[in-house]
Design a protein. Structure first.
Lengths: 1100, 504
């Protein structure tokens, strides 16, 4: 097919394009991050061998179902030694002795096809993918296993499912694609991590009164293993200068597969770190026999989000005056109404400022990445480079990444081969005015939004925006990693594997807040001084493992025993250091670093934290006739974070599998059920302490006394004991994998029971101990998570000629319960940072809301119950408020004719009831793929159900009108009006003389005193947090072969993608997914915007 | 070759990792000290000892509770709704429903929860536990006994303070180091008499290990004897009280500050009169972001208007015609009244009355821009005038009116008044003592305890507004209620104070 001349030309072309690509990166600023070491490479000249002159020549082309050429496919003449391999265009040419042969066409991952050939000719052959990637390899602990032989519950995602999605990190793309995993993308801010919980939350955190603790520690997060190296992302966040998601450093198009390991056998192999699930990410390696260049580029827009419905100007005034007129029809109290409302002709108060509009924009997103890879007998290589740039939909936000990754596999001798992985990434994150990860994305956000009446002139708005633009907020994250693996075959069945990996995260943040900020942005920066800060953090992880792997097959007449035994020793070491300086009052606002600050106003510190884990791991994989499967694993971990009396933790696990469809009795059924495997597993895994020095009673420096620094124990939470240890997680799992109708329909079901015992827990200590709390393993703290993971798929369903349909439904059900509590199951309540009380009680889910139960409105005086003993009406607020018409109905649980959240007589829980579970019981996703000729259309929808969330945004807005902590006519006038247009709130006018009148919402009379009815006290503002989201729609077009040939391309695809297209929910919130981990909607969260991108993906 | 190379490398790495990682598995923090490496030097012991004083300072400063407990409750000061609405309700003659101190919205933590004092006690117990185990050779500047003595003093001070505010405390004299934290047995309250017995035993031990003299910022023998005198007075053991007062007066090395420099007592200048004071000067900042606002808020309770550069529009005011007029009988001569009280008109809902000027050393951190104000004073807890007047009370109570008169003469002469000449019987002598203590110690967080202590004979509590049934010795309604909603779940044997068990 080709002569050497054209090949040379082609290679030159490739070089040219590669050079272009490199220049492109340099131009995009990549060069700032890395040195210009020239990348040298040699192209292999290997290509399908030419054949001797033939009697009969058979040519053809092998493609997959979508028409994509299949390279490296083996084409053999049955019963002969003649054979060929397809080239990159899927073409082959085979010479056989005579014309009547049967061709056997085989390719890994596809069903082998036999084709009868009669004489010379050209054959177009389509191969069909084997069901559910049965031959794919997954890595369980330190063992590679074929999916068919796996006995544990593992869900996999391949590159094709996630590539080219316009998000910064792969974790977001796991949403709706993996059963048993709850991913909530609760911030649209570029470079921020979503919350991920595998098989239910097991963290019982009592520190949720602090927002930063609630965000970081309220949910149990999984362990990431990236190319064999365990990475604890929550530990990395402790150097926390920038708060950028570690996973955002990995280019999505460099990822080969993501395996989510959910049950005992897979988790126990990671011992004290595996309890909350393991996400195993593998990066791409070279595949193609000849050098292959691939380039992806996409660009698009991030649409300005739909803003919260706001009434401005005349509309706002009309609405507010309407509320006032409702409660003061005769204008008797007009004197108390703010001038803002009454003086409609005052130019200072006669405006229609839309404050939200000031900060949001339509932004751009672009990505370009290229790779260069090849695979020969001796060497396998892949280089990838990447530039990703996402502007934020809020001004001055954004995330930019420059990345490089190289994977090499060298065969040194027959017995020895080595793998080298290198990567370097720079993430540059702009965060507006934000200091911490919070909901305060704009200077006026959520319910703090001022009224539209205020005049906003050009100077004002530039000052407001200036809080974002003059403020310096530079966040850089550089991630470097290097890994070396040596595989040495000592004997034919015994292999030694050495892996050494280093991972370094260098995080920095430079922050400057000019003094002029404070004057205009109100109370949030009360001080008038400027402030400069510079933080540098380095997190280094080292990982070393030595493994021996012994694989042997014993055969007798009819029995085949396959045995793989692995023994491994591992050591990981983490060192986190940081240097921080900060100071107030730099001499001039143009000096934006910590420079020239007076001695008394400057401070600094440096920190050093280190920890280590030493582990031994044994794994046994055995099967009989590839039908009866057995996996055993046993891990021992010693951690520096365990107490001296309990240094070692032991984690056993066992799993069984039975491939029923291989049994003889099943033969008759194979047409209907082509494959059926039953699985069961049980085992232990653990969670290590979050604290580096958990086993030490660390002391703190207190205030100075007469100029001397004092030191004392940390009486807030500074005690420990020598038997501090891991928390134990016991998993039981039963599952089945089945394929029906010739692999057209696939089914995978798992039922699990996950019990967490002895988790780290903040014990509240009695006052006389002196210490408030101790964080320790609570033997009597048990959390139960039970549930079902379900995946049903169908592929290659022919709808019409050339039109095929495939679908995949992922469904997870989880029931989360506290099963046991310390102090003889003593129930207690904690109020979270938003003011919502949570109950911790046996039988309740974690973070169950614990509030007064709202039952509607007392529409008429006659509806109000009387205390039969006193003859008085029911009261609220410990007798301080006698209930009257228009008040909310709160359930009187204790029957004392007074309803409140607590009582003075020591009844600390008053009339509160468990009223809402913020943990979604049902999550999942539904994918539909259509292909028509060269077109493909893929639609991913995700959903989350049976979840209660609390809308503090609406609650606070209503509280500004009436019934809040500070509600008054003034707050009513100066803040944004809640959208009450479609709400039938109680007013005396509506109720008067209409005995049938029914209000949907209590009175919002701004003239009346508050009894705190609109603080987060009742579940009136709790809402159904279920949603259904069209997460991604992709339309692709495969460039036809004829055109490819002309363009001298191997493959090309163009596509258009729409992300976050629409969200449907029953709630009043625009997007109920934008709630914190414990279910609080504040209205200020960074929206997840609609992204529309167009892209091209070219291989040459 | 390659084969051997790899094997050697592997064995090397395996060996290297095993030996070095053993050490790393036991790696201790270097950012902080921890229990095992802290108790190894005298510097550490000194840091831990001074930490107790810091904890006491924080405990008294918390919600300005020291002044609320000791002064606001006497009705000498009034606090308007505008000044602090949560405290408006505290006053005994509160007009709108008489909450007394049962209802202090959002101030339950500082006023009805004693937990913070148990942190001081825990720190004291920790010192008592660890110092004896240290080698005496480590101590160069002081003796280990002296540090233990300071710890004993501080524990006694904390228990006595709690006893005067809340009544019977829960008595703990050991460290809770290695117990089952999920199952700590509950403890009942210990009767006041037993607690004070233990305090006196501790204080005798402490006195033996300490000397007179030294700084008034730390406890010494004079401080210990002063506290003992107070405890004896509280128990009405006035013979012993007199004995210890005399020891302090005769041997303590203290002297009354002359009237001309009276203000030095609070100015942090090391006045000879001071027996125990807590430094709250500007140099005790630890964090650059702390603007000493806390100190400002604490002392500035008493100040407003031009006195604090108009930083505040409300303050605690001694109302005209109130308790103040009752005790200041000689306003024309009393130099304290003339120099340390200033008249203020009724403004901003505050009543017409007088402001206290003891804590008026006022500064800005940045004078040019007038930002970060702070009040640069020390908090004086014990001083000679207090002990002299305590002795007057002791002698009057034991029938030695002449001795009492001689004591009263000392402070009243300094102030320029002579009302010590008036009393002729024991009752009026004691009344004169109580009044003079009020005049001398106003705004120092202590007068309320004088009223409680002397109430059985003098009945001042009723006079300043408390219903008589409440403040009987059985009802003990002069104690603050405990925040049972918070404390009871921690300790199921805890009981509410008698009056509040039925009246909250």
């Amino acid at each position: 097919m080709s002569c050497s001349h054209t090949r040379v030309r082609k290679n030159t072309l490739r070089l040219k394009i590669l050079t272009c690509l490199m220049l492109c990166f340099c131009a995009l600023g990549y060069s700032r991050g890395f040195s210009h070491n020239a990348i040298s490479f040699t192209t292999s000249s290997a290509i399908a061998s030419e054949l001797l002159s033939p009697p009969v020549v058979i040519t053809g082309k092998v493609t997959d179902e979508k028409g994509k050429p299949l390279a490296n496919t083996s084409v053999m003449a049955k019963g002969s030694k003649y054979g060929a391999t397809t080239n990159e265009l899927g073409e082959f040419s085979l010479t056989v002795k005579d014309g009547t042969v049967v061709l056997i066409v085989s390719q890994i991952g596809y069903e082998t096809k036999e084709i009868k050939v009669n004489g010379q000719g050209h054959f177009n052959i389509t191969l069909v993918q084997t069901a559910s990637q049965q031959q794919e390899i997954v890595i369980v602990g330190m063992q590679r296993q074929k999916k068919r032989d796996v006995v544990s519950s593992i869900s996999s995602i391949s590159a094709a499912q996630i590539e080219n999605n316009p998000v910064a990190s792969v974790d977001q793309l796991l949403q709706g694609r993996v059963s048993g995993m709850n991913v909530q993308i609760n911030s649209g801010e570029p470079g921020v991590a979503p919350t991920i919980v595998v098989r239910g939350n097991s963290n019982v955190n009592t520190g949720i009164g602090d927002k930063s603790i609630a965000d970081a520690q309220s949910l149990s997060t999984p362990l990431y293993v990236i190319d064999g190296m365990p990475i604890n992302t929550s530990d990395i966040s402790t150097i926390g200068s920038s708060g950028t998601n570690y996973i955002a450093g990995i280019n999505i198009n460099d990822i080969e597969s993501v395996d989510v390991q959910k049950d005992a056998v897979a988790k126990a192999a990671w011992g004290s770190r595996g309890a909350n699930g393991v996400i195993y990410i593998r990066t791409k390696k070279g595949k193609s026999g000849v050098p292959q260049f691939q380039m992806n580029a996409y660009g698009g827009v991030v649409a300005k989000p739909e803003l919260l419905r706001t009434y401005t100007g005349r509309e706002e005034r009309a609405q507010k005056m309407n509320i006032i007129n409702q409660y003061d029809p005769n204008n008797l109290k007009l004197g108390s109404v703010s001038q803002l409302l009454t003086d409609a002709y005052n130019p200072s108060y006669n405006n229609a400022t839309d404050w939200q509009n000031l900060f949001y924009r339509t932004a751009a997103i672009k990505n370009i990445d290229g790779s260069f890879s090849g695979n020969t007998d001796m060497v396998n290589y892949r280089f990838g480079v990447n530039y990703y740039d996402e502007q934020g939909v809020i001004k001055s936000f954004g995330y930019t990444r420059y990345g490089f990754r190289g994977n090499f596999n060298l065969k040194i001798s027959d017995r020895l081969n080595t793998q080298i992985l290198l990567s370097a990434t720079r993430g540059d994150r702009k965060r507006g005015m934000k200091y911490n990860n919070s909901d305060d994305n704009t200077p006026v956000s959520g319910s703090n939004m001022p009224t539209s009446f205020y005049k906003l002139n050009a100077i004002d708005s530039s000052l407001y925006l200036g809080t974002a633009s003059n403020l310096r907020n530079k966040n850089l994250t550089d991630e470097y990693s290097a890994s070396l693996t040596l595989n040495y075959d000592i004997t034919r069945s015994l292999r030694y594997v050495l892996q050494g990996s280093v991972n370094s995260t260098n995080d920095s943040r430079d922050y400057f807040q000019p003094s002029s900020n404070s004057d205009i942005s109100g109370s949030r920066y009360a001080g008038k001084d400027n402030y400069a800060e510079s933080n540098k953090g380095v997190y280094n992880s080292f990982f070393l493992s030595n493994s021996l792997n012994w694989a042997k097959t014993f055969k007798s007449n009819t029995l085949e025993h396959n045995l793989v035994v692995t023994a491994s020793q591992q050591f990981s070491r983490d060192v986190a250091t940081s240097t921080n300086v900060w100071g107030y009052r730099t001499p001039n606002d143009n000096i934006q670093t910590v420079t020239g600050i007076a001695q008394t106003d400057i401070a600094g510190n440096s920190t050093y934290n280190a920890s280590a884990i030493l582990s031994y791991l044994g794994q046994v994989q055995y099967d009989l006739n590839r039908k009866y499967l057995l996996n055993l694993s046993y891990r021992a971990d010693a951690s520096s974070r365990f107490g001296s009396d309990s240094k070692w933790g032991y984690f056993p696990a066992a799993g069984l599998g039975w491939i029923v469809s291989d049994e003889k009795f099943f033969n008759g059924l194979t047409n209907a059920v082509s494959f059926l495997k039953l699985r069961a597993s049980i085992g232990k895994s653990g969670r290590n302490s979050d604290k580096f020095y958990a086993p030490y009673n660390s002391y703190v420096t207190d205030q100075s006394y007469n100029g001397n620094t004092t030191i004392r124990p940390d009486y807030t939470n500074g005690l420990t004991k020598n038997n501090l240890t891991w928390s134990t997680n016991i998993d039981k799992n039963v599952g089945l994998d089945a394929f029906f109708l010739h692999n057209k329909v696939t089914l995978s079901v798992d039922v699990y029971d996950r019990l967490t015992k002895g988790d780290f827990y903040d014990f509240n200590l009695p006052f006389y101990v002196g210490y408030d709390q101790i964080n320790f393993n609570a033997n009597d703290l048990w959390v139960s998570n039970k549930g079902v993971d379900l995946t049903i798929g169908a592929n290659r369903i022919k709808i019409a000629k050339d039109l095929n349909w495939g679908t995949n439904l992922v469904l997870s059900y989880n029931k989360n319960r506290i099963a046991k509590l310390p102090n003889d199951n003593r129930t207690f309540a904690v109020t979270d940072y938003a003011g919502v009380s949570r109950i911790y009680a046996v039988g309740q889910p974690i973070y169950e809301m614990f509030m007064l139960k709202y039952l509607g409105v007392y529409n008429h005086e006659s509806d109000i119950p009387f205390n039969p003993l006193t003859g008085k009406k029911i009261t609220y607020f410990k007798g301080n408020h006698t209930v009257k018409a228009g008040d909310p109905i709160w359930q009187d649980v204790n029957g004392d004719y007074d309803v409140w959240s607590g009582e003075d007589n020591g009844d600390q829980y008053g009339d509160r009831l468990p009223v809402g579970d913020p943990n979604p019981a049902v999550t999942g996703g539904w994918t539909n793929d259509f292909s028509y000729k060269n077109f493909t259309l893929s639609v991913l929808c995700v959903f989350s159900g049976k979840r209660t969330v609390y809308n503090t945004f609406f609650q606070e807005q209503v509280a500004n009108v009436a019934g809040g902590y500070n509600s008054s006519m003034k707050t009513f006038a100066t803040t944004r009006t809640p959208d009450m247009t479609n709400i039938n709130y109680w007013t005396p006018q509506k109720a008067n003389g209409k005995p049938d009148y029914k209000a949907d919402f209590p009175s919002i009379n701004p003239f009346e005193g508050s009894y705190y009815q609109y603080t987060p006290m009742s579940n009136q503002f709790a809402e159904d947090g279920s949603y259904f989201k069209i997460a991604a729609v992709t339309l692709g077009y495969q460039i036809p072969n004829s055109l490819l040939r002309r363009l001298t391309l191997k493959n090309a695809r163009v596509y258009a993608m729409a992300n976050n297209l629409a969200t449907f929910s029953k709630s009043s919130m625009p997007n109920p997914e934008l709630v914190s981990g414990i279910g609080i909607y504040s209205g200020g969260q960074y929206p997840t915007p609609i992204k529309i991108t167009l892209g091209v993906d070219v291989t040459f | 070759m390659k084969k051997y190379f790899v094997q050697i490398l592997a064995i090397f790495l395996l060996g290297a990792s095993l030996s070095s990682c053993k050490k790393m598995l036991y790696e201790a923090p270097i950012n902080t000290v921890y229990s095992e490496n802290f108790w190894t030097s005298e510097t550490s012991v000194n840091q831990a000892t001074e930490a107790m004083y810091v904890q006491l300072r924080s405990a008294l400063r918390d919600g300005s509770s020291h002044f609320i407990f000791g002064d606001l409750t006497t009705n000498l000061f009034s606090c308007s709704y505008s000044c602090d609405w949560t405290l408006d309700a505290v006053r005994p003659n509160y007009s709108k429903g008489s909450f007394f101190f049962s209802y202090v919205p959002y101030m339950e933590e500082p006023l009805q929860n004693w937990s913070r004092f148990y942190k001081i006690i825990a720190q004291s117990n920790l010192i008592q536990q660890n110092v004896p185990a240290m080698s005496p050779g480590l101590f160069i500047n002081s003796r280990p006994d002296a540090y233990i003595a300071e710890a004993l003093f501080m524990r006694a001070y904390a228990y006595f303070y709690m006893t005067r505010v809340w009544g019977d405390p829960v008595y703990v004299s050991k460290s809770y180091n290695d117990v089952d934290y999920g199952k700590i047995p509950p403890l009942a309250r210990t009767p006041e008499s037993k607690v004070l017995d233990s305090c006196l035993i501790d204080l005798r031990k402490a006195a033996a290990a300490l000397d007179y003299g030294g700084t008034s910022l730390r406890a010494n023998k004079g401080t210990v004897y002063s506290l003992m005198a107070h405890i004896f007075a509280w128990r009405h053991q006035y013979d012993s009280c007199h004995q210890y007062c005399q020891k302090v007066i005769a041997n303590g090395g203290y002297a009354l500050e002359p009237m001309s420099t009276y203000g030095n007592i609070w100015a942090g200048t090391g006045s000879q009169e001071n027996i125990l004071e807590l430094p709250m000067m500007a140099n005790d900042r630890t964090d650059i972001s702390e603007t000493n606002a806390q100190y400002f808020d604490f002392f500035s309770l008493f100040l407003k208007g031009s006195l604090v550069d108009n930083q505040k529009g409300n303050a605690w005011v001694m109302a005209k015609g109130g308790v103040m007029d009752y005790i200041f009988t000689d306003k024309t001569n009393d130099q304290r009244f003339l120099n340390y009280f200033v008249h203020t008109n009724a403004t901003n809902n505050d009543v017409d009355g007088y402001l206290l000027l003891k804590y008026n050393n006022f500064k800005y951190k940045i004078p040019s821009s007038k930002t970060s104000p702070y009040l640069n004073n020390n908090l004086v807890l014990l001083r000679l005038a207090d002990i002299i007047l305590l002795d007057a009370e002791a002698q009057a109570s034991t029938g030695n009116l002449a001795g009492a008169q001689a004591m009263l003469k000392q402070t009243e002469d300094r102030a320029g008044i002579t009302s010590y000449n008036d009393p002729t019987d024991q009752y009026s002598m004691l009344d004169e003592v109580v009044s003079e203590r009020g005049r001398e110690l106003a705004g120092e967080g202590s007068w309320y305890y004088d009223l409680i202590r002397t109430d059985s004979s003098q009945q001042w509590l009723g006079a300043v507004g408390y219903p008589s049934a409440r403040v009987t010795s059985t009802n003990k309604g002069y104690y603050w209620p405990l925040d049972m909603a918070t404390l009871f779940p921690q300790d199921n044997l805890l009981t509410q104070n008698p009056w509040w068990a039925t009246h909250k």
